[in-house]
Design a protein around this ligand. Structure first.
Ligand code: FAS
Ligand code: PHB
Length: 387
């Protein structure tokens, strides 16, 4: 098989890259390890920055997000039982859209299927044989050895993917931090406790009241790093969440059976550079942020926006400039996003065995945020993806 751009991974990064290139008749093939059902049903992010919604419009898949996405002009912060508004519209003149990553993935998969873009699912093992002059990958499919020759290879294969391993160790630099706590998340068909998200910090640590629609809630609780999901019945979750809620709203909590319950580890990770010879990385294949700032998906799609434009200018104007600059341009945004996500994670979570000075500093940081219009403006702009 031959194509212009071979994409490894059919998550949101790989799917959107393929669709944006298809818009300009640049051929792609996507190789995906999992089944299409597995990919379509993964439950992850929930908040889209305005820039991400614009990108979905550019890709021609904005009908559903425009109709079903919930525009939020702000969110709330609850600190030691007091609730504060972060009015994004007033502070930064924009809003976010609540629309699950699962829905974004389904919209992308449907569009690519309708446009007959080649996505090969259930490909467990891929070998990248060449990333220099004429990139080549080999893989087993239906008991036969297949190969794809391409002009470029893009690793959209997430944190546990293989593509990053093809950047030589003497070239790549890795920056990482694993947090000493996790997130225990629940999805339930219950009315959200509030019409806006509530980020909570109290003596037990972090909790988040989010949603997927006006009838489907998404809640998170800070948990031990090695927490076992089997120790968490629905009742135990609802009871712990209720204890985390500010008194004024506790009684509004509607509980019900969980549709999904999972524990996510929190990490910050950046791999530099994000390209090497004819291999490019986009999304979680190159970076991971803790979910506190609702950035992972938005940052991944921001890489894809830049990489698709760079390929388009290569094929339409024969210019390599944007491809050469891709890594540096993306890393500038990646590090601003890392800073914001790390700051949000730090002030909202209680770190086990944290020393008094840092604990006090965190308290002052939160007080500064809640009583300073300037600090709130920075938070609002960063939350909207504006740095
Ligand atoms: P993905 O990881 O989504 O996709 C990579 C794809 O590559 C997968 O389909 C995988 O099967 C495939 N793949 C892997 N190895 C392969 C191989 N060797 N060959 C072929 N295919 C391969 N972000 C937020 O903004 N808010 C959140 O609340 C949030 N919650 C999250 C919770 C969890 C548990 C996780 C893991 C992530 C969360 N994220 C969140 C971040 C998440 O949304 C990512 O940023 C987003 O999925 C990135 O998309 P991709 O870069 O496409 O990577
Ligand atoms: C979610 O709804 O999954 C969500 C929302 C906001 C975050 C993280 C996760 O900061």
């Amino acid at each position: 098989m031959k194509t212009k751009v071979l994409i490894i991974g059919a998550g949101p990064s790989g799917l959107l890259l393929s669709l944006l290139l298809k818009r300009k008749n640049i051929s792609t093939i996507i190789l995906e390890k999992q089944s299409s059902e597995y990919v379509a049903n993964r439950i992850r992010a929930g908040i889209l920055e305005p820039g991400t919604v614009k990108l979905l419009k550019k890709a021609g898949i904005s009908n559903r997000v425009t109709k079903e996405g919930l525009k939020h002009n702000g969110f709330k912060v609850a600190h030691n039982n007091n609730i504060f508004d972060i009015n994004l519209k007033y502070l930064a003149n924009d809003c976010v859209t609540v629309y699950g990553q699962t829905e974004v993935t389904k919209d992308l998969m449907n569009k690519l299927t309708n446009e007959n873009v080649k996505i090969i699912y259930n490909v467990p093992k891929i070998n990248i044989l060449n990333i220099e002059d004429k990139p080549l990958v080999e893989f087993d499919f239906n008991k036969t050895k297949e190969s794809v020759r391409a002009d470029f290879i893009v690793g959209c294969d997430g944190f546990h993917g293989i593509s990053k391993s093809y950047i030589p160790n003497n070239i790549k630099k890795i920056y990482k931090k694993d947090y000493s706590f996790g997130w225990l998340g629940i999805l339930s068909d219950t009315k959200p406790i509030s019409d806006e998200l509530i980020y909570i910090n109290n003596k037990n640590g972090f909790a988040l009241c989010s949603m997927r629609s006006k009838k489907r809630s998404r809640y998170y609780l800070q948990c031990e790093i090695n927490e076992n999901i089997n120790n968490w019945s629905d009742d135990r979750f609802w009871d712990s969440l209720s204890k985390a809620l500010p008194n004024d709203i506790k009684n509004n909590l509607q509980t019900g059976p969980s549709i999904e319950k999972s524990i996510a580890k929190l990490r910050s990770y950046v791999l530099e550079p994000m390209s090497y010879k004819k291999l490019f990385l986009a999304g979680d294949a190159a970076h991971i942020v803790p979910p506190t700032g609702a950035k992972g998906l938005n940052l991944a799609l921001s890489d894809v926006d830049k990489l698709s434009s760079a390929f388009i200018s290569f094929y339409e104007k024969n210019s390599e400039l944007d491809l050469v600059n891709y890594s540096n341009v993306c890393l500038s945004r990646v590090w601003k996003t890392q800073r914001f996500s790390s700051w949000m994670t730090n002030i909202f979570h209680n770190v086990p065995k944290e020393d008094n000075f840092l604990k006090k500093l965190k308290h002052i940081e939160m007080e500064n945020l809640l009583f300073s219009i300037h600090a709130k403006k920075i938070l609002a702009n960063n939350y909207l993806g504006k740095y």
